[in-house]
Design a protein around this ligand. Structure first.
Ligand code: NAD
Length: 480
């Protein structure tokens, strides 16, 4: 049995209350780990450690913090295979996916912000002979970070790397559903000689640890990624305390396929944008809108490709879809498929749980599922399902496609497939989402701001936006 310990003030330790949570392996449905079940007392201890570490971490300067973060990144890269297996065991995703995408991206996050801080400047404005103004940015102090289970280390590092680079010390909580890679990261931080208290990682549930981080009066900035309902609770707690908040929340992303697209390329990428990581990426496209002349061809090819996807052992190289993250999540997705049928949807393929053999018999596997015959107002097309389920709907006009794409409370990401250059810009401007991909998906320059519109969140992460978030801005005006 693995033991997932907290990382506080440079040491690995159980929760102060001594409690443990059960950690499940989605591939088998079995318990494989005990996870520290922390609470507000652990948060207080971690905040004190972070406060104590703050002056020295700040005094280390940009170069010193860069060097420390680069050492951690090197150790994660050295142990990439171990991290990829841990992430798959925790989360159910294919090992090869964690190997190719999640862990390299976590390393890239650490390196990106370690180097970004070296090049980050501030502005100065000379008012002729009157005054010199300059803008100073100082780290906010102890930053909070709370992350979800779908891209565990990738999103965890996306928060802690800019916070640490900017000079903050951090109290962070990974999802209790997928804590293992954060624990491995803590071990690498110790090996890299990260000063005690600079990064503190607490394990445990949202209502206990997450809520205590959110409510802590000496954590002035909090970066959160997770569901919209959780984000609303966090905002309600944090707003009266005037905390800085970055909320990266749910999505219900549209894919707009115009008849003039490069069909084969679009089909290959749309398979991925629909079913990668079992559809459990906030950026997956779950509502596919297809221009009517292409609809029949698209439906036939897409359903045939979906049926051919291999649902299987996450450890195998040729597995396309592994297990979904938990039994509760599997039941939630199956509930949404049942709802889609009640709403009049036709299931073109999938729709069922998959039972594998042997030790994987009790694992939580789902068939890739394609549904048609639903309008955009029904619950199936309004609510986030966050599984391997997509709907198809034809459209006749560009304006109609844009209206349908925008017709949910969410606004995280959109994908547009067309070869018409003017339409690319027109549609991208009209779509209400934080990112619009044209003829691609999941391609991102880390320098660009990232985040959702509407109920997909507030604030922007990525590039200098993230460094800004973890700093207070001060303007100094000197009379000449
Ligand atoms: P979740 O909201 O249930 O949990 C996210 C984190 O918040 C976990 O660490 C959890 O323990 C913690 N938490 C739960 N209740 C809390 C509370 N009351 N106070 C403080 N923290 C609390 O989300 P999830 O199920 O882990 O993740 C899936 C969701 O995340 C989906 O909605 C998905 O779209 C979203 N997501 C968004 C992005 C993005 O960039 N916008 C990226 C990935 C995932």
């Amino acid at each position: 049995m693995e033991r997932i310990l907290n990382y506080v003030n440079g040491t690995l330790r159980p929760a102060l209350g001594g409690g443990w949570l059960a950690g499940h392996e989605p591939a088998t449905g079995q318990v494989f780990a005990e996870i520290a079940d922390s609470d507000a007392a652990d948060v207080e201890q971690a905040v004190q450690a972070a406060e104590h570490a703050f002056p020295a971490w700040n005094a280390l300067g940009r170069q010193g913090r860069h060097d420390a973060l680069m050492r951690v990144a090197d150790l994660v890269e050295r142990d990439l295979d171990l991290f990829a297996r841990a992430e798959s065991r925790d989360n159910g995703k294919p090992v090869h996916l964690a190997h190719e995408v999640d862990i390299p991206r976590a390393v890239a996050n650490l390196r990106f912000f370690a180097t970004a801080i070296l090049h980050w400047g501030s502005e100065a404005h000379l008012m002729d002979e009157v005054a010199l103004n300059y803008t100073e940015r100082q780290p906010v102090g102890v930053a909070g970070a709370i992350s979800p289970w779908n891209l565990p280390l990738y999103l965890f590092t996306w928060k802690i790397a800019p916070a640490l680079a900017a000079g903050c010390t951090v109290v962070a909580k990974p999802s209790e559903v997928t804590p293992w890679t954060a624990f491995l990261l803590a071990e690498r931080c110790i090996e890299a000689g990260l000063p005690p208290g600079v990064l503190n990682i607490l394990h445990g549930t949202g209502p206990k640890v997450g809520a205590a981080i959110t409510a802590h009066p000496r954590i002035p900035a909090l970066s959160f990624t997770g569901g919209t309902a959780t984000g609303a609770r966090i905002a309600a707690t944090a707003a009266p305390m005037f905390k800085k908040l970055s909320l990266e929340l749910g999505g219900k992303n549209p894919v707009l396929v115009f008849a003039d697209c490069d069909f084969e390329h679009m089909l290959n990428v749309t398979m991925r944008s629909s079913f990668r990581n079992q559809g459990q990426i906030c950026l997956c496209g779950s509502r596919i809108l297809i221009e009517r002349p292409l609809y029949e061809r698209f439906r036939e090819a897409f359903v045939a490709r979906a049926k051919a996807l291999r649902v299987g052992d996450p450890a195998l190289e040729d597995t396309d879809l592994g297990a979904v993250v938990s039994e509760a999540h599997m039941e939630k997705v199956l509930g949404h498929i049942a709802l889609a049928k009640q709403e009049g949807g036709r299931v073109l393929c999938g729709g069922e749980r998959v039972r594998l053999d042997g030790r994987l018999r009790d694992g939580w596997y789902l068939q890739p599922t394609v549904i048609e015959g639903l309008d955009q107002q029904c619950r199936t097309n309004q609510e986030e399902i966050f599984g391997p389920v997509v709907t198809l709907q034809p459209f006749d006009r560009e304006e109609e496609a844009v209206a349908q794409a925008n017709a949910t409370p969410y606004g995280l990401a959109s994908v547009v497939w067309t070869r018409d250059g003017q339409r690319m810009h027109r549609v991208a401007r009209a779509l209400k989402s934080g990112i619009v991909w044209v003829n691609c998906w999941m391609v991102r320059d880390l320098r660009t701001p990232f985040g959702g519109m509407k109920q997909s969140g507030v604030g922007r992460e990525g590039g200098v936006e993230a460094l800004r978030f973890f700093t207070e801005t001060k303007n100094v005006c000197i009379r000449l």
